[in-house]
Design a binder for this molecule. Structure first.
Ligand code: EPU
Length: 482
């Protein structure tokens, strides 16, 4: 499926990058908010992209949400799928790709290895709510080093180590470094590669991986469920010589999506979606076309927003089986959850929210990526809830900010006790990670008066057109561009 489009790809990538810079989607997450004069843009103006690092979001709470919210392709599937393109000389075509800062950041990283990314333009009859189609060609890998300044901006970019060493026999990838939601080491990823015959050295903050004679199949037993570890093992094992068995594999739907795509590319993977995956290595992979599955975390986030404000919203394209545990919790709160042919309908009319007891867990448990949003919702419940976080030890950065809006939350180790209050009141807030930021948006939608959410670049990393989607359902929300 090689198509010889190399130089066109490069030009298109450069043009796309430039235009995204113009509209601010590149943002500079590391730089943080910058001072500057405010300029208000209406959220529902049809603006397609997110904003620069200094943008803020203003919300006036109290409006019910009614209408339809289209659910985008999953960020956490798109990233490993893009990385999987490094495994083949041929073109990988991904459909339903969300327009997110993390996707653009990964394009930059892949571009550094010599990968060309073509983002298809609009076609007649295209639905503006549909994700984009991108063509990724790693025909010539010109550099097997992923430098610190690129990897440190996004942890998932460390995963390039697996396809690079599997295809090229070597890779030098910066360790990702600190992270707002916990220490998040990469020891299991390194262990998995070693089990497949990769020699690993750590030098100057870099992981240097070598497998001059290629990878060989092996048995990988993860001591703890790891999504990134499972992606890494799958990609590496696909091109290894012999059979690999992955035990205690992550069962997250995004792992299944990556395995499906790899199988379309010629890999021989069975058992993805269970905790035991078997990969029969093949000599080479080829191009394929694959549509990214819907984002279950975006789905759960908007479902909680509707539960928070009351109203009736269809989450279009959402698939209930991707977040059943979260939907069950929402049903316990008294929110109506109805799967339909088009997606999932969420409604709550007038009733109080019942409190819940929830512990985060790997899939199919309640996802850590919805913990902050649930906490925001429970801050208005009629009673006391407990939420225990078991995946990341430091994922409670939203607690202090929710308190600024009037939430009553006490932390004891990994458990938060949330005493529901009758009313929240708007305030200026900011957050340190993506899911924490969106929990503040949910709280603000029900708070009296105005909330200004600062550091919007976190939201732009993972939510496509957030303010647009909410404004179309009646929320008083707007982006303020600096
Ligand atoms: N862990 C280790 N060593 C490792 C790898 C992981 O100790 O080598 C630990 C982590 O510290 C954590 C646990 O294992 O305590 C699980 O981490 P995992 O490897 O599953 O996380 P990840 O692959 O780095 C992905 C998502 C996260 C999501 C987690 C858990 C992507 C790009 N990221 O991270 O998503 O929270 O799985 O489901 O897929 C987000 O989207 O906001 C986000 C943080």
């Amino acid at each position: 499926m090689s198509d010889g489009l190399g130089s066109d790809f490069r030009r298109n990538f450069a043009a796309e990058s430039a235009s995204l810079l113009d509209i601010g989607l590149y943002g500079n997450a590391a730089a943080g908010p910058q001072p500057g004069p405010d300029r208000v843009k209406r959220a529902a103006s049809g603006r397609q992209a997110g904003g620069a690092s200094m943008d803020r979001i203003r919300i006036v709470g109290g409006q019910r949400l009614t209408g339809t919210i289209p659910i985008s392709g999953a960020k956490n599937a798109t990233l490993p799928l893009m990385i999987a393109s490094l495994l083949t000389e041929d073109t990988l075509i991904l459909e339903n790709v969300p327009r997110l800062v993390d996707v653009i950041q990964l394009q930059r990283i892949l571009g550094n290895h010599g990968v060309d990314v073509l983002i298809a333009g609009k076609r007649p009859g295209d639905d503006p709510n549909q994700g984009r189609t991108i063509h990724i060609s790693a025909k010539h890998i010109v550099d097997t080093t992923a430098p610190y300044d690129l990897v440190s901006k996004m942890r998932a970019s460390f995963w390039v180590v697996a396809p690079l060493v599997a295809r090229m026999g070597e890779a030098k990838v910066s360790m990702p470094g600190g992270c707002a939601i916990g220490t998040r080491p990469v020891d299991f990823l390194i262990m998995a590669l070693e089990k497949l015959g990769v020699e690993i050295e750590i030098e100057g903050g870099y992981v240097i991986a070598r497998a001059r004679k290629g990878l060989r199949g092996g048995e990988i037993v993860f001591p703890k469920v790891t999504v990134g570890g499972t992606h890494t093992a799958l990609m590496a094992a696909s091109l290894a010589n012999g059979t690999t068995v992955i035990e205690n594999a992550a069962r997250e739907p995004e792992v299944g999506d990556v395995a499906d795509c790899l199988n379309k590319m010629g890999a021989k993977i069975s058992g993805a979606g269970t905790s035991r995956i078997v990969v029969e290595g093949v000599a080479r992979l080829h191009g394929a076309r694959h549509a990214v599955l819907p984002d279950r975390i975006e789905t759960g986030t908007y479902a909680m927003a509707v539960a928070m404000t009351g109203g009736d919203v269809l989450l279009q394209n959402a698939r209930p089986e991707l977040l059943q545990s979260a939907l069950d919790v929402l049903a316990q709160t008294g929110t109506s959850v109805t799967p339909t042919n088009e997606g999932i309908r969420i409604a709550r009319n007038g009733l109080e929210l019942a409190p819940v007891e929830v512990t985060t867990a790997p899939f199919p448990g309640f996802p850590t990526d919805l913990q902050a949003q649930l906490m925001a919702l429970m801050s208005r419940a009629d009673g006391t809830s407990h939420i225990t976080e078991t995946i990341f030890e430091n994922r409670f950065m939203h607690v202090q900010e929710l308190a600024r809006l009037g939430a009553r939350i006490q932390l004891d180790g990994e458990t938060a006790t949330i005493e529901g209050v009758n009313r929240l009141k708007g305030a200026p807030v900011m957050a340190t990670d993506l899911r924490a930021s969106v929990s503040l948006v949910i709280a603000a939608l029900a708070a009296e008066g105005e909330t200004m959410v600062n550091r919007v670049y976190h939201l732009d990393r993972g939510f496509e057109r957030l303010e647009d989607k909410l404004a179309r359902c009646g929320a008083a929300i707007e982006r303020i561009s600096a």
